[in-house]
Structure formats: structure tokens, C-alpha cells
Write a protein that binds this ligand. Structure first.
Ligand SMILES: C[S@@+](CC[C@H](N)C(=O)[O-])C[C@H]1O[C@@H](n2cnc3c(N)ncnc32)[C@H](O)[C@@H]1O
Length: 346
């Protein structure tokens, strides 16, 4: 039960103006209207003698709550979790299609349902919320996650740069944080280039290149059969069958058999372990080709190790390298970031 001020419907405007002026209206509750009267909910009790007109009356009343649509996670969680918890959360989730993948810090463990429901309340496209339960694992780089709210499925359709990708987060890697890189590289591709995408996953680099450049042909290599099958579906879904050719298998095996000295450009999106495939990258390139090399590196030493590894391999191939660009792509852990080096090989 709350307090309200009742007045004749024909004086509703005057009553509202008076209550507004005194900042008395309770905006979380819905005013009650009958045939002849209106009752505005108020946020504190006032005395009858303080009302300006005789036909206005202070009453006790039950009001309906207004439905509230928060604009962002911060608003949705206001008062429900601590400010420092909030700041951490805001930068710690990804949305892949209809699935939100979130990192829940230990100190917010008891709040995970509240957080998941708030995410779904704010973003109506989210149907499933999953929390990260481990690091990206093994050769296939799949991240272990556990569904904490919504639909019990990690199968989704993700959209990026006008392309669509079927993804199953239980079985394959996908990171929307590489989206800017995919677009950036597609803008470097010259008409007629042959481009290789090693470690292609479900195909985002290759398909975005096909849709956003005049590359003649894009060759992909992927070892995870689930990712490879989804990539083939995605190639068809995006109508790029004529320009994207996929190879299932290990880069170490496919490159010598199918791609030796065939490519103008090769992309290596395997920041953990990609250094072990530099030999294959050099082997796949024509003279004057380019490598986009990704690595996780300590913040202090950023590019020293990757440059050293590139130079070592160049020496073995009797080639020279020129670093065209080096940059941080995204943060990875408190001490490490993902870097990219664009390298010309001559
Ligand atoms: C970090 S994920 C990147 C996937 C994709 N490029 C993307 O951005 O979504 C690395 C991928 O490389 C694949 N992979 C790992 N080792 C491989 C190898 N030796 N040959 C081919 N693919 C490999 C994994 O299965 C995984 O799908």
C-alpha cells in the first residue's frame, strides 16, 4: 500500500503540475484512473492541509509498478551488484549471434543468475547466456563454457560485416573481437590476389575477404572437422563457393601438397602456436607476398620475439622481410596482448 493524491479527472492536469512542482510523484508506479477521478502515486506522505484545493485528497492506495526497460547492463544491474563488479563485467562479455559469453569473476559468483537475466533484459537478441569455465583448449582452441540462463543451445548464427556464420561454441572457436582485423585485411587485398587463410575456423576471415575484396581466390586450411564442416556451410550460405576453396587437414600437410608458392598473402590467426607454422607460410608465398602474423606477447616486449622468429625463418628461406605494420589487436590477459605483424617477404 502506498500514498496517493486523489482529485477529479477534470482537474488531473492541475493536480499533476502541483505534485511535479513539489517533486512528489512516484515515477515507478502507474497512476490509477476511474470514471471521475485520478489518483497519482506519491513518494512520501503529505498532509491534507498542504493540498492547494479542497477536492484534492490524500489517500492510501495500491498501485501497479511501471514496467522498466533498462538501456544498458549498468542500468539493469543498478543496486544489485557493486560498482567495481559492474566495471569489470561491462568489458568482459562477447555476443556471438544469440549467445552471450561472459566472464564471471569469483567475487560475483553468487550473482551469476542476476547478471545473466540482466544481459537478456537489456539485449533482446540474447537467447542464451554462457559463462567461461576455462581457457581456450588444445589444438582446436575451443573455449569451455557453461550455460547459466536461457535456451540450452550453443548453436547460433553470427553476423559480421554483412556476412553470416553458423557457429557451435561447444565445438569450435569464434571471437567477434577479431572483426576489425578481418575488415582491415580485406581492405589491403589487391584485385586478383590469391590469399591463404591458415587456421580458418568456421571461415570468418576467408568469407569476409571474399565479400569485401576483389581477391581472385581464397584458400582455407582447417584441422577441426566440426569447424571445417561449418565453414563449408558458411561458404554456401554467403554465396562465395566460386572464390573460396577449403582444405581439411593440417597446415603442415596441406601447404606442401596444395599451396607451395601459390599465394600473394597469407593470414595466420593462431596466436598461440602459429609461430610453429612460419615455415609453411614462407613456403606458400610467391616472392613479394605478405604474411599477417598473430601472436600473444608480454606487454613489455610486444614485437621482439615475433620479429626474431620471422627473421630466423626468412634466413632459412634465403629471403628478406620488411615489417609493414605492427599493432596490438586486443588484450588477452593482465600481462599479455594479441599482436599482429604485417610482413612483406622478398
Ligand atoms: C584461434 S582459432 C581461429 C579460427 C578462425 N580463424 C577465427 O578467427 O574464428 C585457430 C583455428 O586453427 C585450427 N588449427 C589449429 N592447428 C591447426 C593446424 N595445424 N592446421 C590447420 N588448422 C589448425 C583450430 O582448429 C582452430 O579452428
Amino acid at each position: 500500500m502506498s500514498f496517493g493524491v486523489k482529485g477529479p479527472l477534470k482537474r488531473a492536469q492541475k493536480l499533476k503540475e502541483f505534485l511535479n512542482k513539489k517533486k512528489l510523484i512516484d515515477n515507478y508506479l502507474v497512476p490509477l484512473r476511474t470514471k471521475n477521478f485520478i489518483i497519482f502515486p506519491i513518494n512520501k506522505k503529505i498532509l491534507q492541509k498542504n493540498l492547494p484545493l479542497k477536492d484534492f485528497e490524500v489517500v492510501k492506495q495500491t498501485f501497479k509498478k511501471k514496467s522498466f526497460q533498462p538501456r544498458n547492463l549498468k542500468q539493469a544491474l543498478n543496486g544489485k551488484i557493486s560498482r567495481s563488479g559492474m566495471e569489470h563485467l561491462i568489458s568482459s562479455f562477447d555476443i556471438i549471434g544469440s549467445v552471450a559469453v561472459i566472464e564471471i569473476p569469483e567475487f560475483l559468483k553468487g550473482k551469476e543468475t542476476i547478471i545473466a537475466e540482466a544481459l537478456m533484459q537489456v539485449n533482446k537478441n540474447i537467447e542464451t547466456v554462457a559463462k567461461i569455465v576455462g581457457e581456450h583448449r588444445g589444438e582446436f582452441r575451443v573455449q569451455p563454457v557453461k550455460i547459466i540462463a536461457g535456451k540450452k543451445s550453443l548453436n547460433t548464427l553470427h553476423k559480421e560485416h554483412g556476412c553470416q556464420f553458423k557457429v557451435n561454441l561447444e565445438k569450435v572457436f569464434y571471437s567477434p573481437r577479431l572483426s576489425t582485423e578481418r575488415k582491415r585485411i580485406s581492405q589491403l587485398i589487391e584485385p586478383g590476389e590469391k590469399v591463404g587463410v591458415f587456421f580458418a575456423g568456421v571461415g570468418p576471415f576467408a568469407i569476409i575477404f571474399a565479400k569485401n575484396s576483389d581477391a581472385e581466390k581464397i584458400f582455407t586450411v582447417e584441422l577441426n572437422k566440426d569447424a571445417f564442416d561449418l565453414m563449408d556451410e558458411n561458404i554456401k550460405l554467403n554465396n562465395v563457393e566460386q572464390r573460396v576453396q577449403s582444405f581439411f587437414g593440417d597446415v603442415k600437410k596441406i601447404v606442401p601438397e596444395k599451396l607451395t608458392h601459390k599465394l600473394d598473402r597469407v593470414v595466420m590467426p593462431l596466436p598461440k602456436g602459429g609461430e610453429n607454422f612460419l615455415k609453411e607460410a614462407f613456403l606458400s608465398l610467391k616472392s613479394g607476398g605478405a604474411i599477417h602474423f598473430y601472436q600473444f606477447e608480454e606487454k613489455e616486449s610486444l614485437y621482439d620475439k615475433p620479429i626474431e622468429k620471422l627473421e630466423e625463418t626468412a634466413k632459412k628461406f634465403n629471403k628478406k622481410i620488411k615489417i609493414l605494420r605492427k599493432a596490438v589487436v586486443r588484450s588477452f590477459s593482465p600481462a599479455k596482448v594479441q599482436v599482429v605483424l604485417d610482413v612483406l617477404v622478398k
